[in-house]
Design a protein around this ligand. Sequence first.
Ligand code: GDP
Length: 377
Amino acid sequence: MMSKKKKGSEESYYPEWVPEGGGDAFATSVLRGMKKTGNSPKKEAPVKKKLPDTGEFVEGILDNNKTLLAKAITLIESNSADHYEQGKEIIKRLKGNFGNSLRVGITGPPGAGKSTLIEELGLHLIKFGFKVAVLAVDPSSIITKGSILGDRTRMEKLSRENKCFIRPSPSGGTLGGVSRKSRETMLLCEAAGYDVILIETVGVGQSEITVRSMVDFFLLLLFPGGGDELQGIKRGVTEIADLVVINKADGDNKVIAEKARNDYSQAVKYLLPSTEGWEREVVTCSAVEKKGIDNIWDIISSFGNSVKKSGIFEKRRNEQSWLWTLSLIDDFLKGNFFNNSSVDQKLPDVKEKILKGEILPEEGAESLLKTFFSGAK
Ligand code: GDP
């Protein structure tokens, strides 16, 4: 069967009327230097616009064409096998253009001020001449179909900036699926020349760990809630943070924000660093009053310089690539297992027996795995 994909040749063009499955035989060679005069007698038939071919995507992304970048991300996020294949091909063709940004993860409970801070931080970076991409990983969109990070009009000022690209969280699937999409989106943004990638996630559940495994620097944003216990944020999240920021240090909150900073500074002293050789700090800021934003960036950029000098930066990136490989294998195997029709048929019965205490989990797992590996349909 002939591939539906078109070749990325710069001199071969395909007319709009190529039939399904039509291949190279339908290509037209166009001489370079010839331009359309605009008064050609034959008008193109008004047909549905086709997706650009892989070559166009690759060139467009390298040229920071935001429309093509957004479309390529849509391919990566798509559940259609054809789209996904083309997305994968684009990623492969762009290899060699990845890795040139500083990747920063930002987490915190809902209402901490993540989007307000990201907008101010983004604007601050653009003032310095950086190109900034903002992505989100939102596990709530998977579980409830709602989205904590994407359902409001967010970062309006930042989104109007030419040097900024904002992409909300991909929805659907598992956290593994969402993180794969986000990671590939991050790579495409790097190929498009974005210098700083800010990846936002909500401080609930497993997503912080996932985002930590994608980024160089991880920032935990909190706000003074009044009590000593800061929003029930788990110790584990603080452990993986390179910087803790107490936001909303303004107005009446200023004093309690300072107290929270002191308390937290004491507490983090006993934690291991998230990044070898880097001492975690606790600072305050006010995203609304734009105070402390420059300090946050100074800390992030001095982190970048320090880990690049010590070799930790490269080491971590390489380790992340390996972990990522393992997680892709994991997702693939799990996907195959649970999509297997025999397993699917048998699963409710095994589950019921487990729930009734009739069989051991070991027996249940063994029986399902046997079904899978026996290849019975
Ligand atoms: P997110 O859910 O973490 O993204 O939080 P948002 O950025 O949407 O902010 C939640 C609320 O806190 C909004 O009403 C913001 O205006 C407010 N907020 C954000 N930053 C600050 C700040 O620095 N000071 C004060 N007083 N309010 C803030």
